[in-house]
Design a protein around this ligand. Structure first.
Ligand code: DC
Length: 247
């Protein structure tokens, strides 16, 4: 039997507020953002998209005229000065760069093509991990739960998270999902190009020396190849109830 609330029926929203940190990790195209945001929203707690922070830092770097060949010290200096603010409201999460809403721009091809290289810089990670922990600490201080999404949340940012979930799916399925998202945003690319881009980013994210994308040993791994968004959400509801994280 569960320690906490009753395990919800399929399709039934969490009845109550979440407590504790839920760490959601995995590569792109696993449905991580959608389910993280929906879980946070129905549990009435903040949702922190750490990928958006790396993307905003990348945008700042590009706007400063730097590129893939720029010196690490220059890249880190720009990121350090960049005023990146995450709006953690799960009903309307967005990211601000010096007060400007850059949510759409950070999802575009220029940032997407460069973000893995920028986020591999150890000092830049240190900087952003510090800011991510500050958001988490603020939520915890308010006695609120928080859903945090990224690549290294369960391993590095919040290793004591109450629940760690690692979403995965095959490259091909993730590329199909990414392609559909891109088309919806008016950025069409052929399937082979999207698949190559997904694999390239995975390779960079999993092979970087500092906090590479990896499942924490105590993470619940969910393969979403054959799971709809609703089915993944059901599983998350079951997990938070089972762990007593709903009050
Ligand atoms: O989740 P996303 O696609 O928006 O993330 C963009 C990139 O940011 C991703 O390719 C790797 C990087 N990232 C990271 O290194 N660590 C995180 N916690 C989140 C994202």
């Amino acid at each position: 039997m569960s320690r906490g609330g009753t395990v919800p029926e399929r399709g039934r929203a969490v009845a109550g507020r979440l407590r504790g940190v839920v760490a959601m990790d995995g590569p792109s195209g696993t449905g991580k953002s959608t389910v993280s945001r929906r879980l946070a929203r129905e549990c009435a707690v903040p949702y922190l998209d750490t990928g958006a922070m790396y993307r905003a830092a990348t945008l700042a770097v590009l706007r400063a005229g730097l590129g893939p060949d720029s010196a690490a010290t220059d890249v880190v200096a720009v990121a350090r000065d960049a005023e990146i603010e995450s709006v953690i409201d799960p009903a309307a999460p967005r990211i601000l760069l010096a007060g400007e809403d850059v949510e759409a721009e950070i999802r575009g091809p220029a940032v997407t093509g460069f973000v893995s290289a920028v986020s591999a810089h150890p000092q830049l990670r240190e900087l952003l991990v510090g800011r991510q922990r500050a958001y988490i600490a603020a939520a915890v201080a308010r006695d609120e739960g928080v859903v945090v999404e990224g690549r290294d949340i369960g391993t590095v940012v919040a290793p004591d998270a109450a629940l760690k979930v690692y979403l995965t799916a095959s490259d091909e399925i993730r590329a199909v999902r990414r392609g559909a998202q891109d088309r919806k945003a008016g950025r069409g690319a052929d399937a082979a190009t999207v698949l190559a881009a997904v694999r390239r980013r995975d390779h960079l994210d999993t092979t970087r020396t500092v906090s590479p994308l990896a499942a924490a040993p105590d993470a619940v791994v969910l393969d979403t190849d054959d799971l709809s968004v609703d089915a993944v959400l059901d599983e998350l509801r079951r997990l938070v109830a089972e762990r007593g994280l709903v009050r």
